[in-house]
Design a protein. Structure first.
Lengths: 111, 114
């Protein structure tokens, strides 16, 4: 089946640093989404991307839909302690299909 | 409701017992999804309901797992004869259609089988 690859499994950064996360796939997706999960909560949608090459920002977050439609990245600038959590990428390959999720990256921010 | 509501939030059960997990989606959302999240394993798709269509059950790991959605709203995920490997967080999500912007997730039910 389809798989989305996120690595590394964990990232540790210093408060104030920028961080970039990648998500890759062996197959094409038409929609890419990034979610964040806080402890004890369900994932929350951060950014949705619908066109190849699209670059979208949401505050300190910036995400891009790769030109090949097989990858996406998420940038977090000037990290703060509340950025801690698990970041999932997700993709959809058709208008009526369900989302496929990556395994997530756990981000830790040192004050 | 304003969000996706799941109950119970935590469930501890003995191996071999049956459990029922409930999901109340956002009012008007036609699509409902169940995912399982095990430590370090990401989100594993279980089952998907869309309107009155037959559900996509392709992710259910065994015949001990079943789900139903009554009246196009509330859904119940049932696990029969629970095993220790069923311990995980079970997440429900809903969307306003298969092509919706994304899913809105509930907070999940943490199931522990002892």
């Amino acid at each position: 089946g389809q798989q989305l690859n996120q690595s590394p499994q964990s990232m540790f950064i210093q408060e104030g640093e920028d961080v970039s996360m990648n998500c890759t796939s062996s197959s094409i997706f038409n929609t890419w989404l990034w979610y964040k999960q806080d402890p004890g909560e369900g994932p929350v949608l951060l950014i949705a991307l619908y066109k190849a090459g699209e670059l979208t920002s949401n505050g300190r977050l910036t995400a891009q839909f790769g030109i090949t439609r097989k990858d996406s990245f998420l940038n977090i600038s000037a990290s703060i302690p509340s950025d801690v959590g698990i970041y999932f990428c997700a993709g959809r390959d058709g208008a009526n299909s369900k989302l496929t999720f990556g395994k997530g990256i756990t981000l830790s921010v040192r004050p | 409701g304003a969000g996706v509501s799941q109950s119970p939030s935590n469930k501890v059960t003995e191996k071999g017992k049956d459990v029922e997990l409930r999901c109340d989606p956002i009012s008007g959302h036609t699509a409902l999804y169940w995912y399982r999240q095990s430590l370090g394993q990401g989100l594993e798709f279980l089952i998907y309901f869309q309107g009155n269509s037959a559900p996509d059950k392709s992710g259910l790991p065994s015949d001990r797992f079943s789900a139903e959605r009554t009246g196009g709203s509330v859904s119940t995920l049932t696990i029969q004869r629970t095993q220790q490997e069923d311990s995980a967080v079970y997440l429900c999500a809903s969307s306003d259609g298969p092509g919706g912007y994304g899913y809105t997730f509930g907070s999940g039910t943490r199931l522990t089988v002892v």
